[in-house]
Design a protein around this ligand. Structure first.
Ligand code: FAD
Length: 106
């Protein structure tokens, strides 16, 4: 079976980076494809208990694909739910761009 930690780190990097570069005003096609990408995860993510947790979370908190700020925030909150469940520290969602897009300001 895949290493859930390595898989998780790479997947979060992909998802947070993709959200960080998602348009401020996505086209209907971009929104639809983002929804497809996100809703594919509970079906296809190759860690089945991770996938089913995410699916339950997405029922309570449907993804907001209206623009990059909202999407980045939504994803940060989902990641924080996993962090909490695993006893990891919560991440400050105000720092999402610094971590995944702009780099530190100094
Ligand atoms: P990661 O949690 O992988 O984070 C990588 C980096 O992202 C961090 O170093 C930090 O810089 C940044 N970061 C951290 N939190 C946030 C945030 N909220 N927003 C933005 N950036 C952030 N593992 C399990 O054991 N059980 C599960 O049920 C489980 N479910 C998962 C569900 C999904 C959808 C994914 C993608 C992964 C899941 N994982 C799960 C894996 C787990 O989340 C971690 O990826 C793994 O434990 C490695 O953790 P890490 O401490 O290296 O950092």
């Amino acid at each position: 079976p895949p290493d859930v930690e390595i898989l998780g780190r790479s997947t979060w990097a992909f998802l947070h980076t993709t959200a960080a570069y998602y348009p401020d005003r996505p086209s209907p096609t971009q929104r639809a494809n983002m929804l497809n990408l996100l809703y594919a995860l509970p079906v296809l993510y190759p860690c089945s208990h991770c996938a089913s947790h995410l699916g339950e979370e997405m029922k309570v908190h449907p993804p907001d694909v209206s623009g990059r700020t909202a999407l980045s925030r939504w994803l940060c909150e989902r990641h924080n739910e996993v962090n909490e469940r695993l006893g990891k520290e919560r991440f400050d969602c105000a720092k999402t761009d610094e971590r995944w897009k702009d780099g530190p300001s100094d």
